[in-house]
Design a protein around this ligand. Structure first.
Ligand SMILES: C[S@@+](CC[C@H](N)C(=O)[O-])C[C@H]1O[C@@H](n2cnc3c(N)ncnc32)[C@H](O)[C@@H]1O
Ligand SMILES: [Zn+2]
Length: 273
């Protein structure tokens, strides 16, 4: 059986060679890379939603170099500590799968038998994810309409992706854990100093979301040294600034040969009440 449910009728999906199929006869073909598209046409609000091909490639290139490895390690540690022997894990807005796969490895290394799935609205990201991580089930879907049964997940990951609270409340098992990674005050500060005349610090919030109890807020902060324009550009391209920055700022950044930059995350750790 698939981790996922039929997006049209909510029934379980049986796994066939090239498709997922519900008892009602709704079928969803596997793309050649191995992911399935579970986003019904009427829920698709643009032709190519989510990260585009260039952004997915930049994210893959950047993450592969290990610049955010300490964040992944932090997520892996919490995942191993907070789950039982056979956890169901969902990564909502998983991108190209770096954290999804990291958490899977960590749970296996801890002697557990995890079942792991990732969804993202970008097919370009999932092409990369599914190809590299064939043991994880990936589906194109919206975080706001998860094709997942109520109470299915023991652990939910959300790394820099949309906060779809209602759906997250629905799919998390009572007692399940939700890891929500957000940028902290100084995240990418030196990059912003190059891009903007007057950069702003990120706001740090602590919101008591209904149905979730705070277990912890874990800061993950350090500096990275990006040694080439290629690395700098990959980082720039995976940030929201890529679309918002004026020409002058982008040109200043393009003139740099290297960049020392702070990364500053906060991992909000919640338990589903
Ligand atoms: C900043 S990226 C983070 C990706 C990944 N978690 C990581 O950290 O590498 C945000 C991701 O959210 C996805 N996304 C945007 N809107 C979405 C939605 N409504 N449902 C699911 N994913 C969405 C984008 O396609 C993109 O992959
Ligand atoms: Zn169905």
């Amino acid at each position: 059986m698939s981790f996922f449910r039929c997006p049209l009728c909510g029934a379980p999906l049986a796994e066939e060679d090239r498709a997922l199929r519900c008892p009602g006869g709704h079928a969803f073909d596997r793309a050649k890379e191995g992911y399935v598209n579970l986003l019904p046409v009427h829920q698709k609000h643009s032709k190519a939603p989510g990260d585009d091909k260039g952004m997915a490639a930049a994210r893959r290139a950047f993450l592969e170099k290990g610049w955010y490895f300490p964040l992944r390690e932090a997520l892996c540690r919490i995942a191993a500590e907070e789950t039982g022997p056979a956890p169901a894990v969902l990564d909502a807005g998983c991108g190209e799968g770096y954290y999804t796969a990291g958490v899977r490895e960590a749970l296996l290394a801890a002697g557990k038998a995890p079942v792991i799935a990732g969804i993202d609205i970008s097919k370009f990201s999932l092409q990369k994810a599914a190809k590299k991580y064939p043991d994880i089930e990936f589906a194109v879907a919206s975080a706001y309409r998860l094709p997942v049964a109520a109470g299915k997940a023991d652990l939910l990951l959300n790394v820099f992706s949309p906060l779809a609270l209602e759906e997250f409340r629905r799919v998390l098992k009572p007692g399940g854990v939700y890891l929500y990674v957000v940028p902290a005050a100084y995240h990418l500060w030196e990059l912003k100093e190059v891009l903007y005349e007057k950069p702003y610090l990120n706001e740090e919030k602590e919101t008591p979301y209904e149905g979730f109890a705070y277990l912890d807020i874990l800061p993950v902060s350090y500096s990275i040294h990006l040694p080439s324009q290629e690395d700098i550009h990959a980082l720039f391209q995976m940030t929201p600034y890529y679309w918002k920055t004026g020409r002058e700022g982008a040109e200043r950044l393009a003139g740099l040969e290297s960049l020392d930059c702070r990364v500053d995350f906060r991992v909000h750790v919640f338990r589903r009440a």
